[in-house]
Design a protein around this ligand. Structure first.
Ligand SMILES: Cc1cc2nc3c(=O)[nH]c(=O)nc-3n(C[C@H](O)[C@H](O)[C@H](O)COP(=O)(O)OP(=O)(O)OC[C@H]3O[C@@H](n4cnc5c(N)ncnc54)[C@H](O)[C@@H]3O)c2cc1C
Length: 309
């Protein structure tokens, strides 16, 4: 058993944890990140930061690093009424920033490490003992107790930390699933992303270029539709239904190939009203998962990191 002390320990190494950890280390804090994945795989998550979130990234000093390593500027957004030039029409005068989620996570963890954060990968936190200081427990071959002046739980939308910390979780169910898949060879401008709602079918599509001939394609469909878009065998239905929702996509997807798993998520909202108690602060999706059709989760995580640091 080893006991270690830090100013800040984060549970998770996603956008919320890594950006906060980097900022705290730059302010002189001793910070440790515990991330369960040794290597990040493609997963269906957010990959487009809206202009106000890009401004937060700039404030945190990570914008240019993201741009250089994995980021892709997306100037135009199509919402069904013709393309809008974001850099010309938003208060921030900035485009969206997109990336492959796993590449963004690697980039931000490297940035945190360069700022002096200790990053431990392949470490799964098993519980938190609340208190002042709170203690993080890692069970493994050698059980470890790691205490910190502040434990930051940033373990994402399935957060166990909420339970360990004794937080009351509020929930609201949504009546749709959100499917996503990474595609190559989509016939669409790398400068343009689309989010189109089709009220007639109660469906929505999203298409986000992330550079290197890749697009993240999303499709939101009612739970009552009778199917669940999951796995390679459902890809043709994903493409067909997306094109039914927004006919322009039948041309965009004509030569597209899937280069990642097709997955559907139940995107119920869940949140904690007061995300701090007993030495534990929740940030990012652990604090609140917002409806991903609004595409604000990454930006909110960045704003929380900016505000907390
Ligand atoms: C389908 C979908 C589409 C979305 N689209 C958009 C979009 O277009 N734009 C947008 O802004 N947002 C979008 N979002 C939301 C966005 O992806 C999230 O808000 C954001 O990724 C949250 O970041 P996070 O760091 O809080 O959590 P995560 O990215 O989930 O990171 C949590 C990390 O914690 C680690 N972890 C978990 N448990 C443990 C443990 N016990 N021990 C150690 N490590 C642990 C995980 O491995 C992971 O690396 C979307 C979400 C979904 C589901």
């Amino acid at each position: 058993m080893a006991v270690q002390n830090y100013d800040v320990v984060t549970i998770g190494g996603g956008i919320a944890a890594a950006s906060l950890a980097k900022a705290m280390a730059e302010h002189g804090a001793a910070v440790l990140i515990l991330e369960k994945e040794q290597r990040f795989k493609d997963r269906v998550r957010g990959e487009g930061v809206v202009p106000w979130g890009v401004a937060e990234a700039r404030e945190l000093g990570i914008l240019e690093r993201l741009r250089a390593a994995c980021g892709h500027d997306v100037r135009l957004v199509e919402g069904g009424m013709g393309p809008r030039d974001l850099a010309a029409t938003t208060p921030q005068r900035l485009p969206c920033l997109s990336f492959a989620h796993q590449e963004m996570q690697e980039t931000l963890l490297a940035a945190a490490e360069a700022a002096g954060v200790q990053v431990r990968r392949g470490i799964t936190v098993d519980r938190i003992e609340p208190g002042l200081p709170a203690t993080v427990v890692v069970d493994g071959d050698n059980r470890e107790y790691i205490s910190a002046r502040l434990v930051v739980a940033a373990d994402g939308r399935g957060s166990q930390s909420r339970k360990w910390g004794g937080f009351t979780v509020c929930e609201r169910s949504n009546d749709y699933y959100m499917a996503g898949v990474l595609l190559s060879d989509v016939h669409s401008s790398p400068d343009l992303m689309c989010f189109i709602f089709n009220p007639q079918f109660g469906m929505c599509v999203g298409l986000v270029p992330i550079g290197k001939n890749r697009h993240r394609a999303y499709f939101m469909y009612p739970k009552a539709s009778g199917y669940r878009l999951q796995g390679e065998q459902m890809l043709s239905l994903f493409i067909r239904e997306s094109a039914r929702c927004y006919p322009v996509l039948s041309d965009c997807y004509a030569a597209a190939k899937s280069i990642g798993p097709l997955a559907s998520l139940d995107v119920n909202d869940s949140w904690v009203d007061h995300p701090y108690q007993d030495g534990i602060a929740l940030i990012g999706d652990a604090a609140a998962t917002t409806d991903p059709t609004f595409g604000q989760g990454l930006s909110l995580a960045l704003r929380e990191s900016c505000a907390t640091s």
